[in-house]
Design a protein around this ligand. Structure first.
Ligand code: SF4
Length: 766
C-alpha cells in the first residue's frame, strides 16, 4: 500500500506560486470573519444548479506514492462534459483596482479545483471564475476557459514539487514517531513528583482536556512536562507540541531538555520563535523596504529544505540560516514552525489574535500546549485582548506628519479628523463604561480604513494605524461580561482603552480549540482561583498539586512584623535596612532584598548605603538592557568571599525566572506582601469582581502580591543540596488569610526582635 500524503488545495496553490516579498501587517482575524460573510452573500446569489461549498478530493499517484488533494470549492457547477468553478476572495481593497493576474495563488487554487472536478467527473473542459469582493458588496470578476488536459498538466506541475517536499518532511516525521515509541525518561530516576506530572500532561492530551499543575521549584517540570507531551505526540493524541513561556529563560530550559532527550535517541525537530525586535538583522526593525523582506518568498524554499536536517532550530541556528539565504529570521522561524514537532515560543503565538499562528490556533487543531509559568498567563491575556489608543500620541504624530508631509497631506487630514474624538477637558476624570463608545469606534474605523490605504513610510505612523485597526477589531468582541471601555484623561487628551478585565472565557475557548493543554507553575495558590482565571475549571480538566522534593529543613523562613504599609514606610526604613544587614551578616553569601516598587526600593537602597557603606550592595535599574541584566546576574558568583545584597523589585526580571543554584544565592528578604500598586484599572477590577461576588480584594491585590512574593522566595532553593533563608517583613503575614496562602512545606518561625533574628539565622547556618 503506497503511503498517502495529504494537502489542502489552498496550501498546494500557495506552495506552487510562492514568490515575492513580505509585507508588514497582513490579514487579521476580523477580516477573515468578514471574508466568510462576503462569501455567503455571493453564494446566495448563485443559480440553483450551482453547489456552494462543494467538497472536492482526489488521490494523485506520483512516483509510486499518493498525494491526496482536498478542499472545499466556494461554488461549482457540474454539467455534461463541462465544469464551472467559482473562487471568491474577500478583500479590504477596492476590488476594481485589482488586475486579473495580481494574485497567481488565487488562480492556481481555482485551477486545482477545476482540474480535480474534471478528473472526478470526466469533463473535457472547464470555466474558472475568480471574484474579488469587498464587504460593502463591491465586486470585480475575471473568467478563464480551459480544456481538461491543460488543467491536469497544470495540476501535476503544481503537485510534483510539492510531493518532493512533503516526502522529505514526512520522512523526518516517521523517524520522530519511531524514536518516540521507545523514548526513555531522560534521567536515571524520576524526582519526586516528576512521574505524576508527566502522567497528568499525557492524560490531558489524551482526552483533549486541560491540566493545571502546581509544581514547586526543583521537581524538574520542564523535562517532566515535555516527556508527558512527547509520549502523547508518539501516540498521535497531538500533532505538535507548543512549549509556551513568558520569558526567554524558560525557552532555553526547554531547548536543553530536548537536547538531553536527543542524547538518549530522540530524533525530533524543534523551533524556537524569537520576538522580531530581538532577532531582527537590521539595527532597528523597519520591515518596509528591508532587504530580508524583499524577495523573501523567492529565496525561502532552499532554506526550509536545508532546515529539515537541523534538529535544534534555536535563535542562533535560525539566524545563521537567515543570513545565508538573506531572509528575515523572524518570518523564517514562523515558516519553520509549520513543520516542527515542538515549537518553543512566547504565549503570544498561541493566544494573541494578532500574532497567533493561524495554522494551529485560528481553528480547531491537535496542537498540545505546555504553558510554563502559567501564573503569568491571565495578566498577559488581559493585555493581548485589550486595545488602547492615545490622543496624546496621535497629536505628536499629527505634528510630525504635518512637518514631513504637509498640513494638507491626506494622512495629516485623517489624523486631524480623528483627534477631537480623543480630546477632553483638562479637569476630566477617568471613566469606566460598560457601553462601547460607538462614535469613537466609528471615527477610529474611518481613520483605520482610509489610513491603511495610504501606506505611510513612517514606522511610528504605521504602528499607530495598526493600533487603530486592532482597536476596531477589539470593539467587535467587546461584551459587558468581560470588557469595559476606559476613558483615561491626560493633559487634555484621552487614552481610550477597550479593556478585557476578565480574559477567562477567552482563554477557555482558546484551550478548547487545541488538542490538550497543561498549565504549570510553582505558584498557583489558591488553585481554584487560578483554575477559573485560566479557563481550566471544566469537566474535562484536572488539577494536580505536587509537594516540594527538597528537605524542608534546608529552607529557614522567618517572619518579622515590621510595619511596611504605604503610610508607615517612611518611619520604618531604618528597621528594614537593619534586617537586611542582619541577614547578610549572619552568613557570607549572595542575597536578594525584594521590594514592591522602584521608588520604595531606591529609598531603602540609598539609606542602606549610607548606613552600611562597607557592605557590597547593588540595585536594579529601570529599563536595563539584556547586557546590563546579564552583568547584574553575573555578580552572583559561586563561593563569594564577602556578602553581596541585590535590591530588586518583586515581579521584576530578577525576581522570577532566574536560576541561581548552590551558593550563588543564600537568601531573600521580602519587604511587604507584594501587592500591586493601586491604579484606576486595578481598583475597577476589584470593584467588578466584588460586584460579581468573586472576592475583588483577593483577586486584584492579595493573590497577585503573594504570587510575586513566592516567586522571589522560590529563587533561594533550586537543588536538593541548596540551603538558604527567606525573611518576610510585613505585619500582614500574621493575618490568617496570608498564613493560609504560604506554602505548606514552609516552616515559618516568628521573630520579634532584630536580636532574635540574628540568633535564629546564626542557628540556621550552624
Ligand atoms: S529583518 Fe528585521 S526589518 Fe527585516 S523584515 Fe525581518 S524583522 Fe523586519
Amino acid at each position: 500500500m503506497p503511503k498517502i500524503h495529504s494537502v489542502s488545495v489552498r496550501a498546494l496553490a500557495e506552495f506552487a506560486t510562492e514568490k515575492g516579498s513580505l509585507f508588514p501587517g497582513g490579514g487579521s482575524y476580523a477580516r477573515m470573519k468578514e471574508g466568510v460573510r462576503g462569501h455567503r452573500a455571493l453564494q446566495e446569489l448563485l443559480p440553483f444548479n450551482w453547489q456552494p461549498e462543494l467538497p472536492v478530493s482526489r488521490d494523485l499517484e506520483i512516483d509510486g506514492q499518493i498525494l491526496r488533494v482536498h478542499g472545499r470549492a466556494d461554488a461549482a457547477f457540474i454539467g455534461d462534459g463541462l465544469v464551472c468553478v467559482l473562487e471568491i476572495k474577500t478583500t479590504v481593497k477596492n476590488p476594481s483596482v485589482i488586475l486579473k493576474y495580481d494574485y497567481p495563488a488565487h488562480w492556481a487554487q481555482a485551477e486545482i479545483y477545476a482540474a480535480l472536478l474534471c478528473l472526478n467527473h470526466n469533463a473535457a473542459a472547464a470555466q474558472v471564475k475568480l471574484t474579488y469582493a469587498r464587504v460593502d458588496g463591491k465586486t470585480n470578476s475575471f473568467t478563464e476557459d480551459y480544456d481538461a488536459d491543460t488543467l491536469i498538466r497544470l495540476l501535476m506541475g503544481y503537485a510534483r514539487p510539492f510531493m518532493d517536499w512533503i516526502v522529505a518532511v514526512d520522512a523526518g516525521r516517521e523517524k520522530t514517531e519511531l524514536t518516540l515509541q521507545t523514548l526513555p525518561f531522560p534521567y536515571d530516576t524520576y524526582r519526586e513528583g516528576q512521574r505524576e506530572m508527566a502522567q497528568a500532561v499525557f492524560r490531558a492530551m489524551k482526552r483533549s482536556g486541560g491540566a493545571l499543575i502546581e509544581a514547586p521549584t526543583g521537581i524538574g517540570k520542564t523535562a517532566a512536562s515535555l516527556y508527558g507531551a512527547l509520549k502523547a505526540l508518539g501516540k498521535g493524541c497531538v500533532t505538535a507540541i507548543f512549549y509556551l513561556t513568558a520569558r526567554t529563560t524558560g525557552r532555553r530550559a526547554a531547548e536543553d531538555a530536548l537536547d538531553r532527550m536527543r542524547k538518549t535517541g530522540l530524533s525530533l525537530r524543534s523551533v524556537t520563535i524569537t520576538a522580531k525586535e530581538k532577532c531582527c538583522l537590521l539595527e532597528k526593525v523597519d520591515c518596509m523596504g528591508c532587504p530580508h523582506a524583499i524577495g523573501y518568498y523567492d529565496r525561502r524554499r532552499p532554506a526550509l529544505r536545508e532546515a529539515l536536517a537541523i534538529q535544534r532550530l534555536d535563535a542562533d541556528a535560525i539566524r545563521e540560516l537567515a543570513v545565508d539565504h538573506e531572509l528575515c529570521p523572524f518570518e523564517l522561524s514562523l515558516d519553520l514552525s509549520e513543520t516542527a514537532d515542538v515549537i518553543i515560543c512566547d504565549y503570544n503565538y498561541a493566544f494573541d489574535p494578532r500574532v497567533r499562528l493561524k495554522r494551529y490556533f485560528d481553528a480547531k487543531s491537535k496542537a498540545g500546549l505546555l504553558v510554563d509559568e502559567a501564573h503569568n498567563l491571565s495578566d498577559r491575556a488581559r493585555e493581548m485582548l485589550s486595545a488602547s489608543l492615545s490622543g496624546w500620541r496621535l497629536d505628536i504624530l499629527r505634528k510630525q506628519v504635518e512637518r514631513t508631509e504637509g498640513a494638507d497631506s491626506p494622512m495629516a487630514r485623517l489624523m486631524e479628523e480623528l483627534l477631537p474624538h480623543l480630546k477632553c477637558d483638562a479637569d476630566a476624570e477617568p471613566e469606566a463604561n460598560s457601553d462601547l463608545p460607538k462614535a469613537l469606534v466609528e471615527a477610529v474605523k474611518r481613520f483605520a480604513e482610509a489610513a491603511g490605504e495610504l501606506q505611510s513610510a513612517e514606522p511610528e505612523v504605521r504602528d499607530f494605524i495598526f493600533e487603530a485597526q486592532w482597536f476596531v477589531n477589539v470593539s467587535k468582541r467587546f461584551d459587558t461580561d468581560s470588557y469595559r471601555a476606559l476613558l483615561l484623561p491626560r493633559d487634555g487628551f484621552l487614552t481610550a482603552r477597550l479593556w478585557c478585565y476578565d480574559p477567562s472565557k477567552h482563554l477557555k475557548r482558546a484551550l478548547e480549540r487545541v488538542g490538550g493543554a497543561a498549565l504549570f507553575s510553582a505558584t498557583l495558590a489558591p488553585m481554584y482561583f487560578y483554575a477559573q482565571q485560566l479557563g481550566v475549571d471544566g469537566d474535562n480538566d484536572e488539577s494536580l498539586r505536587l509537594e516540594s522534593p527538597f528537605p524542608r529543613e534546608n529552607l529557614g523562613v522567618y517572619r518579622l512584623a515590621v510595619p511596611v504599609s504605604l503610610r508607615e514606610r517612611e518611619r520604618t526604613v531604618h528597621a528594614v535596612a537593619q534586617v537586611i544587614h542582619a541577614m547578610t551578616g549572619a552568613h557570607v553569601g549572595n542575597y536578594l532584598a525584594c521590594f514592591p516598587s522602584y521608588a520604595y526600593m531606591t529609598q531603602v537602597f540609598r539609606y542602606y548605603r549610607g548606613l552600611y557603606p562597607g557592605d557590597a550592595a547593588v540595585c536594579q535599574q529601570q529599563h536595563m538592557t539584556e547586557v546590563q541584566r546579564m552583568g547584574f546576574i553575573d555578580r552572583f558568583m559561586p563561593a563569594p568571599e564577602r556578602s553581596l545584597v541585590a535590591f530588586i523589585v518583586l515581579g521584576g526580571v530578577f525576581a522570577e525566572g532566574v536560576d541561581l543554584p548552590g551558593d550563588r544565592l543564600s537568601g531573600a528578604a521580602i519587604v511587604s506582601t507584594g501587592m500591586p500598586q493601586i491604579s484606576f484599572e486595578r481598583e475597577k477590577l476589584r470593584e467588578l469582581l466584588d460586584d460579581a461576588d468573586e472576592g475583588g480584594m483577593d483577586a486584584a491585590y492579595t493573590y497577585p502580591g503573594l504570587r510575586r512574593v513566592l516567586q522571589a522566595a522560590g529563587r533561594v532553593i533550586r537543588t536538593e543540596t541548596d540551603r538558604g533563608v527567606v525573611v518576610l517583613m510585613d505585619t500582614r503575614y500574621r493575618q490568617p488569610n496570608y498564613r493560609a496562602l504560604l506554602p505548606e512545606h514552609w516552616e515559618v518561625r516568628d521573630v520579634k526582635k532584630l536580636s532574635g533574628l540574628k540568633e535564629a539565622l546564626e542557628r540556621f547556618w550552624q
